[in-house]
Design a binder for this molecule. Structure first.
Ligand SMILES: [Zn+2]
Length: 97
């Protein structure tokens, strides 16, 4: 075995945001490592849906969608008002047939 090329393999305590803690061997060189998700709380293992949204991205997206919806509804109202005379044209075509 060559010397000085192998990383130091030690026991590290992994602590999750959900409160779970477990020890595993790692080459991180730290005694403790914090993680946001683990097998105790990941939806794949728990079978429950959970939003993993640490930076508020979902809230941002919802706000954006609300804004877009509001803008669209005012736009359609305007468009409907403009379309009123245009709707008469196809009716005339039908009458000609
Ligand atoms: Zn966890």
């Amino acid at each position: 075995m060559k010397t000085d090329i192998h990383p130091n393999y030690t026991n590290t305590t992994f602590s999750c945001a959900c409160g779970a803690e477990f020890t595993a061997g790692s080459t991180l060189g730290k005694d403790e490592f914090k993680t946001e998700i683990c097998s105790q709380c990941h939806p794949f293992y728990t079978g429950k849906q959970k939003l993993i949204d640490s930076s508020g991205q979902v809230e941002k997206f919802r706000a954006k969608m609300e804004k877009a919806k509001a803008a669209k509804s005012t736009k359609t109202e305007e468009m409907n008002a403009e379309e009123m005379p245009a709707e008469e044209a196809p009716a005339e075509e039908k009458a000609a047939e």
